[in-house]
Design a protein around this ligand. Sequence first.
Ligand SMILES: [Zn+2]
Ligand SMILES: [Zn+2]
Length: 570
Amino acid sequence: MSSTSRRTRSSQLWWRPVAKDNVRITFLGGLGEIGRNCAALEQDGRIVVVDAGLMFPEPTMYGVDLILPDFRWLIERRDRVDAIVLTHGHEDHTGALRYLVKDVNVPIYGSALTLGFARHRLTEAKVAHDLTFIEVSDGERRRIGPFEVEFIPVTHSVPSAHALAFTTKVGLVVHSGDFKLDLTPIDNRRTDIARLAALGDEGVTLLLCDSTNAEEPGFTASERSVGGALRRLFLERPHRRLVVACFASHIHRVQQIIDVALEQNRKIALMGRSMESNVKLARKLNLLHVDAADFVDIENVDRYEPGEICVICTGSQGEPLAALSKLSRGDARNFSVGQDDTIILSSHPIPGNEWSVGRVIDDLHRAGTEVIHSEHEPVHASGHARQGELRTFHQLLRPKNFVPVHGEYRHLRHHADLAASMGLGDERILICEDGDQIDVTRDGIKRAGQVPAGFHYIDGTAGDLDERPLEERRMLAEYGVVQITAGVDVTRGVISQPVRAVTRGWFEGEQDRGVVDAVTATVRDAITTALADGNRDDESLTKVAQRAAGRLLGQKYRRQPVLLVAIVVA
Ligand SMILES: [Zn+2]
Ligand SMILES: [Zn+2]
């Protein structure tokens, strides 16, 4: 797994002291994975953090609810941190704030919507009370810590996203944030191409740029194209109830679904807590335009004919506790779907979620509904720039140096190649990974060190989780557990309580019996030999038993169960 290679890397940490004329950048997450984006910019000993995001676990990370950046490096330097600047409101950029602010309480900057989403989560987590939120508007320049920071509007799959331009002592450092170059965005707030070009004229020392779609040729479809597809699908189904699932933060998608539904005189019902709260906030900020009278409560949906209703819900990623999953299993309160319903998944599964989304689609079919998703209808558009847009972005800024960010390793590699193909020399491009530090000078960029940046696992009920219990959970899941007990009489040097083995999550019936007998016999022999050699210590006898059982199970049965051995000495 990818985390393993990162752990190996971070076992050989090194760094150079920061020189006076340098700007140092420390990448704490998001380089080598999609998620937990976090970087720190440092000048004259002062630090500004860009984003603090989380990542969702892979299915084999049993019991893990979230993965955070390793914040230890930042926490050790908390006195030198001046601010956290947020590029936009997605969870992979803001979701770890509630953990970071407990130790690093500094002002948080972002657009009204970005801060609104973040504040809502921080309030839910009961850590918002003594935090300072500083709202910025498009194009605004502010002194933040040692830098002047400009907030440049960019289009993305959440409104009010920003790229950041840092004026530093080594020149401009531009962080793209997440972006696409959508020329027909729903709110007509375009990426400020003119401003980017002007920054390019001023001279950009370093560009850090979103790599998510760096493998994809061409241009990402405009968000507006999704509206056209939805309109056609709705028009073809005047008498069916339409249930559309999308990200609750995708306010422009929600706007388009609402517009198409209202054109057909449908009422809107919202389903899912985050959908309700995000819609409420976006309406308050005048970013979502719909009258209160157009909504009906989800409980009252059945009072209307199917053709009079459109439900907008969460759960497009197959999240088991979200609205769509509940609908697919028939355990949503107050509302169920069936033959009269068409479900549209206005989304694309994030890598890792394909399996859960597939299960939800199966269950929806089983419930008799019609299911439409992005595999066979254009009901989704990505929020990230493809190669054509990335080339345009590079050409506008014409950076002297480049580090690809926000992507799995292959995305970073492709983005580096793209920059090289546009004429940037190899020595001006660095592929960095989590934990890497670079120094930026007027002359160029170079590697400056490595800091701890492994996965920080959070188990919702237990709190922090180390790699070891997680590894044990993997072994338990894969191989089960074998418990071995025995009692030893030390004065006589004999086994007084017979060796017993109990297994769980193991073989069945006869086969299980055979393995248990073999383990019992092997352990009995090993202890007997050890006692004959004069061994009387319970700890070392336990080790003897553990080794014997482990060797047998590994060599003969190719299994590595969790072994629980207790040899009691009396
Ligand atoms: Zn994003
Ligand atoms: Zn992102």
